[in-house]
Write a protein of this length. Structure first.
Length: 417
């Protein structure tokens, strides 16, 4: 067991006859207020085998009761029918995802959940960057329980400015076996995957990770950049299962580990985008008045411009820029969320969504009684120091790129022993 908590795995890939363009689909927590995206994906997939059949899109959570049994059946069918087969044994997968933002370099592996904690203030080496919404775990647990396969959109970030872990592998792809190379659906870019199975390559990864670990002794080695709730669900399932297992069986049980992709925070292609808020069911002018009243009650000062914590509020063709000073929250997103958390319970007629991408938030704001709150981005260099300082950032603080640039599900692994 390596002390960096990252381990090689055995990865299943779609059989040769399976069309890859419809096999891979985007992360389930994207386009949550745009079910039309998922309808397009459904239409593209048609009758083809697809990871779309193995996940529960958040936009369709209301259909969970009907969909979860079908997801579990699809997993069993794909194994029984040979839709997926062993692609890599005891190795990593190097992935290169080419998007308009640049090339994202990732390493697919297994993270030991004994090294991960999502509770605020913990000192684990694998740490949540944002607050975890506990009520989001149970619906995901219904998928995790009884699942024969795992696929993942979890991205872990390493703080590697010297580019010692991933980039050397990416520079020698001609020496690695190419597993796939194809265009992703609906504007996701191009995805390439390479098997990393030679011991020299694996040990080079571990050596570089050990060096990073020494630099960050007692601090964060991996920060959860994406898929926080999916990783929290895997942890919850492992903690639920662990007491029923003999001590000797725990180390090797598949549920102790979660499939992740490791990326370098310092990649030029990686941009931290804000996650905007869109409120449905309330008049924008009235909401501005209530925000001003809440600010006065809490000792905040609201002004126009961007001198303090800037928020742009967009609704029905209007756009209002406000700036908040005097908040106890160090980040704009925390200040806005403090208002929304206090205000929404008194307005049950409203719903709130977290939207990736300013253009999508603006488009939604055109609807009647719909208000978009557009937030500033968090600088990459501030991410890990802020997590170290605050314990966890406010929930849904940032997104790693636009929605269509997210990780697509590709590899799967057996989740049952």
């Amino acid at each position: 067991m390596d002390s960096t908590f990252l381990h090689t795995g055995t990865w299943l890939l779609p059989a040769q006859a399976v069309p890859l363009e419809t096999w891979a689909c985007v992360a389930c927590d994207q386009f949550t207020s745009q079910p039309e995206y998922w309808r397009k994906a459904e239409a593209l997939v048609g009758e083809n085998p697809s990871t779309l059949r193995l996940i529960l899109p958040e936009a369709l959570l209301a259909e969970a009761d009907a969909r979860v049994p079908a997801i579990h059946q699809a997993m069993r069918d794909y194994l029984a029918q040979g839709v997926v087969a062993q692609g890599v044994q005891d190795g990593f997968v190097l992935v290169l995802r080419h998007t308009e933002a640049g090339t994202h370099i990732g390493l697919v592996g297994l993270i030991d959940l004994e090294g991960y904690d999502y509770r605020p203030g913990n000192q684990s080496p694998v740490r949540a960057t944002e607050g975890t919404i506990l009520e989001r775990i149970p619906p995901r647990l219904t998928v995790r329980r009884g699942a024969a396969l795992e696929t993942s959109h979890v991205l872990l970030l390493i703080d590697d400015p010297a580019q010692t872990v991933l980039e050397p592998l990416a520079g020698r792809t001609e020496h690695l076996s190419c597993l796939y190379d194809f265009a992703l659906m609906l504007g996701g870019g191009n995805l390439q995957g390479y098997a990393v199975t030679e011991q020299a390559d694996i040990q080079a990864v571990y050596g570089a990770l050990h060096a990073l670990q020494a630099q960050h002794e007692g601090g964060i080695l991996y920060a959860v950049g994406d898929g926080n709730h999916s990783l929290a669900t895997a942890k919850a399932y492992w903690e639920e299962l662990k007491p029923s297992l003999p001590e000797a069986a725990r180390a090797a049980h598949p549920a102790r580990y979660a499939m992740v992709e490791v990326q370098n925070l310092h990649s030029d292609a990686l941009q931290l985008e804000p996650i905007h808020r869109v409120l449905f069911g309330f008049d924008g002018d009235s909401l501005l008045e209530e925000l001003a009243a809440f600010a006065a009650q809490n000792g905040w000062q609201l002004a126009s411009g961007e001198e303090g914590q800037p928020i742009r509020i967009v609704y029905e063709g209007k756009e209002v820029a406000v700036s908040v000073t005097g908040s106890a929250q160090p980040l704009t997103v925390g200040t806005l969320q403090a208002f929304l958390d206090a205000w929404i319970p008194a307005h049950p007629e409203t719903t709130l969504d977290y939207v990736h991408g300013e253009a999508d938030a603006r488009a939604l704001s055109q609807g009647e009684k719909t208000v978009a709150f557009l937030l500033p981005a968090l600088a990459k260099e501030d991410l890990i120091p802020m997590v170290e300082k605050l314990g966890a950032l406010p929930r849904k603080t940032f997104s790693m790129g636009e929605a269509h640039q997210k990780r697509y599900y590709m590899e799967v692994r057996a989740l049952q022993p």
